[in-house]
Design a protein around this ligand. Structure first.
Ligand SMILES: Nc1ncnc2c1ncn2[C@@H]1O[C@H](COP(=O)(O)OP(=O)(O)OP(=O)(O)O)[C@@H](O)[C@H]1O
Length: 609
């Protein structure tokens, strides 16, 4: 698999180079920078004469056969100095750029990904750096630490690091909310792996562009420092030559022209290269955008949660009195889930049903440890197989409680399959990686297992789908892939958040059939989030009905569907049945004669709060 990935990456790099070369500006920039790099590396052999050889007899000679670009005020050959000078100039620019990258990129990644205090501290430091006047700081550094091109360039690198920080930070912020990043987290990958595999890959292209531009800027600044006499003056640099040229501007104006041309052309080549790389990357066929869906605000809450009741014994999953809230600007709490109590046993399917905004997804996210950072657990407890995942005042943010179980024992199937697959990697890679990590199997075994699972979920050509990128498969196929991924580590509990909502009606039934088949075959417990009572009747053993963040009714599916106790359940059912006779329709759906249930609904769990 690694070989395949390397091959994919090589192919991608090769085609990027081709696209760059096809762009006239990119080709020109590559040729110019190629010449400068060759001059920098092989300068001492390419220079026609010794660049430091003083010959006062021949000072300020015009262009001639022996000195193609003339001589300077000490009689040194200008062409040789120009060629050899490219070395220090380029290394100095590279030093400044590397320092900017080394400081800016990791801090941008950490601040953007983890947020919180790290984010505030990193932003504060970068704002301070941005507010410093660069030239004054460089003058001060030179005055206090001595004239050294390397020290000046390292200081310049620090001053330029906010450019790298901002770019990385913004890019990370834009992808950290993507569902495929959540999906990677759910599949058990560590933060470091997610940052390396899913986030760095998005940031690297803009970073290459920015690095090219910073290189150009560093060359310009280095020339200015040499011109101001702040370089060490030990070896020829373009800036030093520029300074000498201006000193003799009235005696030989061409002395200033040559280094000025070299600097301008090289800086322009770096900027052109940056633009060409951007154009080449934009040329690439893009996978569809995977912005996280913004959910509509509907419910509005009461007060913080009650003291949780102890969880019922022996359930695989018990949720008692769970409360979730979000801070409002006026410092009050918007309660989006309140006093939610439910349980799921091994091999049981629980439907969590309710209209849009009723709190189903928030509840599911709390079970998975995927609530946004700003969310607060305002009360309650979640216990999975005797391990407490959520307790009153627990911090869900770092997800420590879910370590070792998320992705392996608790799996997740999302609503929007496409958004949960990273467009940068093949489907095979995204299936194999979590298995290697969680099941600790070799890549070869993981690949064999992935192909088996793709076949099990009904993918017609598993080998082809394994090598495909997400945008090359249909939505139904992508959902089958995610289901294969979710069950690949043999979870005890599967949380499926409206797994068919984003799919074409023609494939919805197939995907539900697949889910039923997998659940029965593996005897998995399932929490199925849905707004569709048809799906509940079809798949679930028990159902919990949510309204405005609370469970208004729960119980055996047959009981609830035949004689809903809560007015809200009746209204929801009424909407599903579209004017048909409820009891007749439901008895058809669940295949039995209706029975009359006492009005008291099975909300006993909620009563404990
Ligand atoms: N980050 C957030 N900040 C504030 N409120 C939020 C946030 N995320 C969700 N909510 C609110 O939480 C409530 C419940 O949302 P949730 O997504 O759980 O609903 P849902 O029942 O799953 O609906 P849907 O079927 O539309 O997905 C909604 O009122 C929503 O506005």
């Amino acid at each position: 698999m690694q070989a395949a990935r390397t091959a994919v990456s090589d192919a991608h790099d090769a085609s990027l180079l081709k696209r760059l070369a096809r762009n006239p500006m990119g080709a020109i920039a590559l040729v110019i920078l190629g010449i400068v790099v060759v001059a920098a590396v092989f300068g001492q052999w390419l220079a026609p004469l010794d660049p430091d050889q003083v010959d006062l007899q021949n000072a300020l000679q015009p262009m001639s056969g022996s000195h193609w670009l003339g001589t300077d005020s000490a009689g040194r050959d200008v062409l040789s100095r120009l060629i050899v000078g490219s070395r220090t100039t380029l290394i100095a620019a590279a030093l400044a750029t590397v320092v900017a990258i080394v400081i800016g990129v990791p801090s941008g990644l950490v601040a953007g990904y983890f947020g919180g205090a790290l984010d505030s501290a990193a932003n504060w430091i970068n704002n301070v750096l941005l507010s410093l006047p660069a030239i004054i700081v460089l003058l001060a550094v030179s005055a206090s630490l001595g004239k050294s091109v390397w020290v000046s360039m390292a200081a310049l690198g620090i001053l330029m690091s906010p450019a790298m920080f901002r770019l990385t930070y913004t890019a990370v912020q834009s992808v950290r909310g993507e569902l495929y990043v959540d999906a990677a987290r759910v599949s058990g990958l560590s933060d470091a792996t997610i940052v390396r595999r899913h986030i760095l890959v998005v940031v690297r292209a803009p970073l290459v562009i920015q690095a090219a531009i910073l290189c150009g800027i560093a060359i310009g600044v280095q020339a200015i420092l040499d011109y101001l006499g702040l370089g060490d003056g030990l070896s020829a640099t373009w800036g030093l030559m520029l300074s000498e040229g201006f000193t003799n501007i009235y005696r030989d104006p061409m002395l200033a022209v040559w280094p000025a041309v070299a600097i301008t052309v090289t800086v322009a080549a770096f900027v052109l290269l940056g633009n060409a790389v951007r154009d080449a990357l934009e040329d690439k066929p893009q996978a569809p955008s995977t912005r996280r869906k913004v959910r509509k605000a509907r419910s509005d809450g009461g007060v913080a949660g009650a003291v949780p009741a102890p969880p019922a014994a022996n359930h695989l999953l018990s949720v008692s009195c769970l409360g979730i809230g979000y801070p409002r600007p006026d410092r009050t709490t918007k309660q989006v889930v309140q006093d939610v109590s439910l349980h799921v046993d091994r091999g049981e399917v629980l439907g969590l049903v309710g209209e849009s905004g009723s709190g189903k997804t928030q509840t599911a996210y709390a079970l998975l440890g995927l609530l946004p950072d700003e969310a607060m657990i305002t009360g309650g407890r979640v216990v999975f197989d005797e391990r407490t995942l959520v307790a009153p005042d627990s911090d869900h943010r770092r997800g420590k409680a879910w370590e070792d179980i998320r992705g392996s024992r608790i799996a997740y199937i999302p609503q929007e399959p496409m958004s949960n697959l990273d467009p940068n990697f093949t489907i095979g890679y995204q299936l194999v990686r979590p298995m290697v990590k969680v099941l600790k199997v070799s890549r070869r075994e993981a690949k064999a297992k992935a192909l088996e699972q793709l076949a099990e979920v009904g993918i017609p050509d598993p080998a082809r789908t394994f090598e495909a990128y997400p945008h090359e498969v249909s939505g139904g196929m992508a959902q089958r892939v995610l289901i294969a991924g979710a069950v690949s580590c043999n979870p005890d509990l599967l949380i499926a958040d409206e797994p068919t909502t984003a799919l074409d009606v023609t494939v919805q039934a197939d995907v539900l059939d697949l889910l039923r088949h997998l659940q029965q075959r593996r005897n998995m417990a399932v929490v199925l989030v849905t707004h569709d009572f048809g799906v509940v009747a079809d798949l679930c053993d028990r159902v919990a009905v949510m309204q405005n963040g609370r469970i208004v009714e729960s119980g055996d599916v047959r009981d609830v569907l035949r004689s809903p106790a809560a007015e809200y359940t009746r209204t929801l059912l009424g909407a599903v049945l579209e004017g048909k006779e409820p009891m007749t329709m439901l008895s058809t759906t669940i295949g039995e004669e209706p029975v009359v249930r006492p009005a008291a609904s099975s909300v006993a769990e909620a009563d404990l709060c």
